[in-house]
Design a binder for this molecule. Structure first.
Ligand code: C2O
Ligand code: CU
Length: 487
């Protein structure tokens, strides 16, 4: 392999790209992609009209000067080659969230690659194994880099997609703006880290505060929702419409109405929703975010044009073709425990649970109040199996036998929600608080409620050291991450 035509290619980038060829079981198990699609991304500074006039433009960090970054759209089975240039004054990387890539392409600084220094280029190259809705973002100081606008959608089209009138992407993000519409620069403050993260005061769709969104009666829309916020959880209510979820985190799911008609998305999560526009021509229906009780707000109004497209909703089939995911074998799966601890009121929760989490966790660090106090004193705020991740070198908290099935039972022993993300794999969510899930959905990020216990299952078929972390980026920065090794 050679990349003679790419400018400013570093030796490091070349080596990492070359390593892909042998490193991945995904590649091993896939027919080699035939066509390569080349992309360029430049992480840098820009300005965007986030807040409506008369507010001015907001200085942001973004890809290719646009907010969100350009949509990377390919066909399933194609190979992507993405040259990322760093025009920031600090190091960065890009992580392809939810895409099952070879380890060396995963974009985790100091774990899978050296960070991309200012002025340097790193070339990522991988196959689009799964069709679905994904996104990309930095994995270096992401609480600030993502919070300032570095992210973009990545769409992998099915060979035969579901039939719709419009295929749309809404990338949702959340900003903490000052009165003059500048991004408040209190990134990484201790209060955000200890509580529910950097929840902002301004929500955007595709980089703008939305007002109305034009639709037509009878129209069928595939809405790809991506939560790119640092910390905000969305619970979208489409009013009189009945959204049908057909994919979660890019992976097809049995088409179903979401519980309570609310599409709930923790940070980093995606949902593909089929929306039939069933209200009257000329009417307006508000989309309301109801996740936080008492803090509901109108996100956008669906504004029906005067002319209907058709009188009744189409009856086209809704199910997506499955992706090539290996099915975990639950009867023979190896079992592992992961416990999340910490945050404000963490000690209180520990006490209520009588320290009974202790036996499950390795290292004997979890036994009740005393050790909780030790943890608080160690400087970290959040803990995975008793350890707050610090620095760059991370020993794995779990080692998973390659190509074997694994069940990870995860306990949220905190008083907060946490969207827990695993790199390199999609997993089935098989139970919540001991109850089997209805759809056994594939996810790459699972939103855990306070004190909830969630079991996930997957085949560890992607060799390497991978991150497992909370996608509330302030929690991640304050210790809520770990490494699992597939070997
Ligand atoms: Cu979306 Cu580890 O990240
Ligand atoms: Cu968290």
């Amino acid at each position: 392999m050679s990349y003679p035509r790419l400018p400013a290619l570093t030796r490091r980038a070349f080596l990492a790209s070359a390593a892909v060829v042998s490193a991945s079981t995904i590649l091993r198990s896939q027919a080699r992609a035939t066509s390569v699609r080349a992309f360029h991304l430049r992480a840098g500074y820009g300005r965007a009209q986030i807040a409506p006039e008369p507010y001015g433009q907001t200085p942001v960090w973004c890809y290719d000067g646009s907010l969100p970054g350009p949509e990377i759209r390919v066909r399933q089975g194609e190979r992507l080659r993405i040259a990322v240039a760093n025009a920031l004054d600090e190091e960065t990387t890009v992580h392809w969230h939810g895409v099952r890539v070879p380890n060396a392409m995963d974009g985790v600084p100091h774990l899978t690659q050296a960070p991309i220094a200012p002025g340097e280029v790193f070339v990522y190259e991988f196959d689009a194994v799964d069709a679905g809705t994904f996104w990309y973002h930095p994995h270096h100081r992401s609480f600030e880099q993502v919070g300032r606008g570095l992210y973009g959608p990545m769409i992998v089209e099915e060979a035969v997609p579901v039939q719709v009138d419009r295929d749309l992407t809404w990338l949702l993000s959340d900003w903490r703006l000052t009165r003059s519409a500048e991004v408040r620069d209190d990134f990484g403050n201790r209060h955000d880290m200890m509580h529910n993260g950097r929840v902002g005061n301004t929500v955007t769709i595709n980089g703008r505060v939305p007002d109305t969104f034009p639709v037509r009666k009878g129209e069928r829309i595939r809405l790809r929702l991506i939560n790119a916020a640092n910390a905000r959880i969305f619970g979208l209510d489409f009013g009189s419409h009945e959204p049908v979820v057909i994919a979660l985190d890019g992976q097809p799911v049995e088409p179903h109405a979401p519980e309570g008609r609310l599409v709930v998305l923790g940070p980093a999560m995606r949902a593909d929703v089929i929306l039939d526009m069933t209200a009257d021509a000329g009417s307006q229906v508000s989309v309301v975010d109801r996740f936080y009780e008492g803090l509901e707000y109108r996100l956008v109004d669906l504004a029906y044009e005067k002319q209907p497209l058709r009188d009744t909703a189409p009856d086209w089939p809704l199910a997506l073709p499955p992706n090539p995911l290996p099915e975990p074998e639950l009867a023979t799966a190896a079992r592992h425990e992961v416990t999340f601890n910490g945050g404000m009121m963490g000690a209180m929760v520990m006490q209520e649970m009588g320290g009974s989490m202790g036996e499950a966790a390795p290292g004997g660090m979890m036994g009740g109040m005393g050790s909780m106090m030790n943890m608080m004193h160690s400087g970290g705020i959040w803990f995975v199996n008793g350890v707050a991740a610090e620095g760059h070198i991370m020993d794995p908290i779990l080692t998973l036998a390659r190509d074997k099935s694994h069940v990870i039972a995860m306990t949220n022993a905190t008083a907060w929600h946490h969207p827990i993300h695993l790199h390199g794999h999609s997993f089935r969510v098989i139970s919540r608080n001991g109850k089997p899930t209805r759809h056994r959905e594939w996810q790459d990020t699972v939103l855990m409620s306070p004190r909830e216990r969630v079991e996930i299952a997957f085949v560890a078929d992607n060799v390497g050291d991978w991150m497992l972390h909370c996608h509330v980026l302030e929690h991640q920065a304050a210790g809520m991450m770990g490494v699992f090794r597939v070997a």
